[in-house]
Design a protein around this ligand. Structure first.
Ligand SMILES: Nc1nc2c(ncn2[C@@H]2O[C@H](COP(=O)(O)OP(=O)(O)O)[C@@H](O)[C@H]2O)c(=O)[nH]1
Ligand SMILES: [Mg+2]
Length: 406
């Protein structure tokens, strides 16, 4: 049992930089000294996975088929990778269409993505903003609409009070003037959540750890972020810290291959060890950003919550101020449950940011207001689709417009 925590042999700590530089990282070479107590030993050669070889040589599915127990989705194709022959017939037109889609401004994407939430709000607000005078009945109706949009009791109370203040300050009389007051109130509530992630110029590597329940969108968000950071001129390394599921590793490797980004991974083994190795590799290579994936877990799974705390502690052994960012990825479609998840993960790990994914799949866009009231952790990004450009920094004004716009 305690043999599990022995130190590695020095010979295994050597780094072959040429491999790291030119191709996805060959994890058959482990890096640096490990902390003595926290990490399990290096895996033997059979257990280690050389990512590049598996992707370019043997299909990884053959090598890990025995352990695949589920099939997380692989990255969707980018528009320019679209291989639909029917569409190819009209190549020029289609290129134009594709470019048109790509050119959609973020405001338009956001509007599209939030259309479910907006149309539900619009339907119920239509009666309220339709005219007539502002009275208690109308405030009651507004309260019901806000609660129905999953804003939660606290946020609804805050918004109503703010709207009442604005109405009396501005001497508003007409119900159709309420929309502006509600927009301003919602913007004020959401504004503190707007704190975009800024990568520092001189602290390398910047380590971002992703957490959340299964299916929240962790791996997909990592793939999207890897691309975005590269566009900003940053070098990126991915850590396949979801060691529970072989297919999860494969999914991350697909994203890595698509973005030409190295992926540190092991077949099986310990999430903390993979993340530790990734940070060591990033230090050796002067990589700017490490994105560490982790296995999905419910906050009620106490042993798994302990495990994720261990990942954080072990990262600190490689780099004392790491992880610089601990992000909880939240699936917006779960509505009010999201608040409980944030509180539980924040209490366990000290979250520095959130990614709210799948806002396109739900009419529960109001959940951000609930989060702002209950546990206002910066919303670094929001996701409004599966496309690589559908994850963007949270902008409170644009979000409010897209949700309450006419
Ligand atoms: N519609 C939509 N789907 C998303 C979004 N983000 C992630 N997904 C999908 O959610 C599913 C689970 O994502 P995944 O990254 O595997 O979740 P993980 O288990 O947390 O790593 C995949 O099918 C993703 O394509 C989003 O913003 N919108
Ligand atoms: Mg995953």
């Amino acid at each position: 049992m305690f043999g599990l925590f022995k130190k590695k042999k020095p010979a295994e700590s050597e780094v072959d930089l040429s491999k790291v530089k030119s191709q996805p990282y060959d994890n058959s070479v482990f890096l640096g000294d490990e902390p003595e107590e926290e990490l399990p030993p290096p895996l033997n050669n059979e257990q280690k996975v050389a990512v590049a070889k598996h992707i370019h040589g043997n299909p990884i599915s053959q090598l890990v088929a025995d352990t695949i127990d589920d099939n997380p989705p692989l990255p969707p194709s980018l528009p320019d990778e679209n291989n639909n022959t029917a569409e190819k017939k009209n190549n020029t037109d289609n290129n134009d269409n594709t470019n048109e889609t790509v050119r959609l401004s973020w405001a338009e994407r956001l509007r599209q993505g939030l259309s479910k939430s907006r149309s539900q709000m619009a339907k119920s607000l239509a009666g309220i903003f339709g005219g007539g005078k502002i009275d208690e009945d109308l405030y009651e109706d507004l309260e019901a609409v806000l609660l129905g949009a999953d804003m939660g009791v606290e946020a609804t109370g805050t918004l109503l009070q703010d709207v009442r203040c604005r109405v009396s300050l501005k001497g508003l009389k007409d119900a159709n003037e309420l929309r502006g007051a509600l927009k301003d109130a919602l913007y004020e509530l959401l504004k503190p959540l707007e704190q975009p992630l800024k990568l520092p110029e001189n602290s390398k590597p910047f380590v971002i750890m992703m957490t959340g329940v299964n299916g929240a969108g962790k791996t997909t968000s990592i793939g999207k972020l890897a691309k975005q950071f590269q566009v900003q001129g940053k070098s990126v390394l991915l850590a396949a810290g979801d060691t529970f599921r072989a297919a999860a590793r494969e999914q991350l490797q697909q994203w890595g291959e698509r973005n030409q980004v190295a992926v540190i991974s092991q077949s099986g083994g310990d999430s903390a060890a993979v993340c530790f190795d990734a940070v060591e590799a990033a230090k050796a290579r002067g990589i700017d950003v490490v994105l560490a994936d982790t296995a999905g877990r419910l906050p009620t799974q106490l042993h798994l919550m302990e495990e994720i705390k261990k990942v954080k502690r072990v990262l600190q052994k490689s780099l004392p101020d790491a992880p610089h960012e601990i992000i909880l990825v939240l699936d917006a479609t779960i509505g009010q449950n999201a608040v409980n998840q944030v509180i539980a993960f924040d209490d366990a790990l000290g979250l520095t940011g959130l990614i709210v994914s799948k806002l396109d799949g739900t009419a529960k866009g109001g959940i951000l207001a609930a989060l702002a009231s209950k546990r206002p952790i910066p919303v670094r990004y929001i996701g409004v689709g599966e496309g690589i450009d559908d994850l963007r920094p949270f902008d409170a004004r644009a979000f409010t417009e897209a949700l309450l716009g006419e």
